[in-house]
Ligand binder design. Structure first.
Ligand SMILES: Nc1nc2c(ncn2[C@@H]2O[C@H](COP(=O)(O)OP(=O)(O)O)[C@@H](O)[C@H]2O)c(=O)[nH]1
Ligand SMILES: [Mg+2]
Length: 317
């Protein structure tokens, strides 16, 4: 591990926010740095409960997050927030919006908010998101909230990194069919119809509830649809209760543990993929590989043959 990283890690472990911030920048530009960092400590605590906040732009995710932070802070819990900006020209202002919405917490030492770009990676989440969550965890956060925009199938990576997914919808953001198309119906553990001051919320809530009742596969847990007015601080206590119930339910029946093990396996998968790709760069005779691949295209070789060839070349290096 690099010397400055070591110093930063010591700072992180002693609760230095500047060190946390600098380490986040390091893993943001090079997500693989997290391997070095987490190897330098005995064990990653895996203590933080991860809440994923998703839904269409403008639904009120940041406003809701802001209120949820306040409730957790009443219990003195430490919270890390990652606001993922989809870096698209259409939603370019999102990061600024998130900052403004959560501004009241920026001076609170128990809250750390970071906005990051998604760079169009799979799942709409950058590779660095998992790494940042790990840093938050080592720092001693009790809760991590990840805010992402959920607009299409490619944005559903949130489910892979969260313990609990909250889907926020609004009456005017389109009907329940829209949400279903975006794949949001499948991923929510809790649904919120926000902006209920605007009318149409009860109807949308009933529609979503009906669709859930058709899809519900876990017999014991019944996903709820709550209505809220984030801006007016209405319905927030009910949301907090629901988060608590869901967490307790999953802790008791073992699903939380199962989810977390599955996540570790998929992390291992990604890590191996990355390492293997790095290994491939060691091959000097790339011309041979390229030629073989062109034969694959015109059907003269099969993919199995090429895989064999590549592994042979690797062994020779
Ligand atoms: N009318 C109404 N507006 C709200 C409510 N909650 C949030 N908003 C507004 O909706 C806009 C988008 O909120 P924001 O939290 O940035 O949405 P995000 O893009 O999902 O994070 C902001 O102007 C908020 O003030 C609500 O309950 N009622
Ligand atoms: Mg937002």
């Amino acid at each position: 591990m690099k010397k400055n990283e070591k110093n930063l890690m010591n700072g992180l472990l002693s609760g230095d926010r500047v060190c946390l911030s600098r380490l986040i920048s390091i893993v943001e530009s090079d997500p693989s740095a997290i391997s070095r960092i987490s190897r330098s400590i005995k064990e990653v605590p895996n203590h933080a409960y991860r809440i994923g906040m998703t839904g269409p732009p403008g639904a009120g995710k940041s406003t809701l997050t802001n209120k949820i932070i306040a409730r957790f802070r009443e219990k003195k819990l430490k919270i890390g927030v990652i606001a993922v900006d989809p870096s698209s020209p259409f939603t370019g202002g999102a990061v600024l919006g998130d900052r403004i919405r959560m501004q009241e917490h920026t001076l609170d030492n128990g809250v750390f908010i970071r906005s990051i770009g998604s760079r169009g990676d799979f799942g709409g989440l950058s590779n660095s998101t998992s790494a940042i969550i790990k840093l938050f965890d080592i720092f001693g956060m009790d809760i991590v909230i990840i805010e992402t925009v959920g607009v299409g199938q490619t944005e559903l990576g949130i489910i892979k990194i969260s313990d609990c997914v909250i889907v926020t919808l609004v009456p005017e953001s389109g009907d329940s069919i829209q949400a279903m198309k975006a794949g949001l119906m499948e991923i929510g553990d809790i649904f919120i119809v926000n902006k209920s001051d605007r009318g149409g919320a009860e109807k949308l809530a009933r529609e979503i509830d009906y669709m859930i009742s058709l899809k519900q596969t876990t017999p014991k847990w019944r996903t709820k649809v709550l209505t809220a007015q984030a801006e007016n601080d209405i319905g927030i206590n009910e949301i907090m209760d629901e988060i608590k119930s869901f967490r307790e339910f999953e802790e008791l029946n073992g699903s939380l543990l199962a989810k977390r093990s599955a996540r570790k396996i998929s992390e291992l998968d990604e890590l191996l993929n990355r390492k293997l790709k790095q290994e491939l760069e060691r091959i000097k005779d790339m011309d041979k590989v390229k030629k073989a691949i062109s034969k694959l295209k015109d059907g003269k070789l099969e993919s199995e043959d090429i895989a064999e060839l590549i592994f042979d070349l690797l062994k020779r290096e």
